[in-house]
Design a protein around this ligand. Structure first.
Ligand code: HEM
Length: 160
């Protein structure tokens, strides 16, 4: 995990995967516990509310190439990691995802471990893979496709 701060491109790739994957476009449904005034509207007690996280993750003001996979959304001109205020896949505020740190750690460790140990190949041309996400009720899941993970012979094992 100590390496993450020195791996801005990898960090940006993971952020961009989360941005495009957009697995909870409406976050987790909530309810207001009392009459609530919000931007000129009255939300009566017990109204169901959702944060439209998916809209934030595709806001053209913050993500100039919002429909494409573009890790540069999270990099500055010098290649340093750059935070983006519209990146809130874990929600925000009091009810922000409790597993956020764990999830971020898992995403980093799993992706880097796979890429260090395996060469990934596709049985068909990568550009022919349909990456259009599929809705499954409350969330969005990636479509399934086939992938070869070929264990690398050299590298890590020799130097370990
Ligand atoms: C990439 C993975 C994950 C994403 C994108 C995600 C996203 C979210 C979102 C959007 C919310 C609602 C936040 C809000 O209402 O503002 C949430 C809540 C929550 N998440 Fe996650 N989550 C992830 C992984 C995890 C993991 C690994 C755990 C537990 C180990 C976890 C535990 C929770 C809990 C307990 C809540 C409810 C918090 C509360 O109501 O106070 N999440 N998550």
């Amino acid at each position: 995990m100590n390496d993450r701060g020195r791996m801005p491109y990898t960090n940006a790739v993971i952020h961009e995967i989360q941005r495009l994957a957009n697995i909870l476009p409406f976050g987790v449904p909530r309810k207001v516990t009392c009459d609530t005034h919000f931007r000129g509207y009255l939300l009566p007690k017990d109204t169901d509310v959702c944060i439209a996280l998916g809209i934030l993750l595709q806001d053209p003001k913050y993500f100039k190439d919002r429909k494409s996979f573009h890790p540069e959304h999270f990099l500055d001109e010098e290649g340093h990691f750059k935070k983006n205020d519209s990146f809130l896949p874990f929600g925000t505020g009091k009810r922000v995802c409790l597993g956020k740190s764990l999830a971020l750690m898992e995403l980093f460790l799993m992706l880097t471990t796979i890429l260090q140990r395996f060469t990934l190949k596709s049985p068909k041309e990568p550009q022919e893979i349909d990456l259009t996400p599929k809705a499954n009720g409350s969330g969005i899941v990636p479509p399934s496709y086939e992938l070869y993970a070929l264990l690398r012979e050299e590298g890590l094992h020799d130097s370990a």
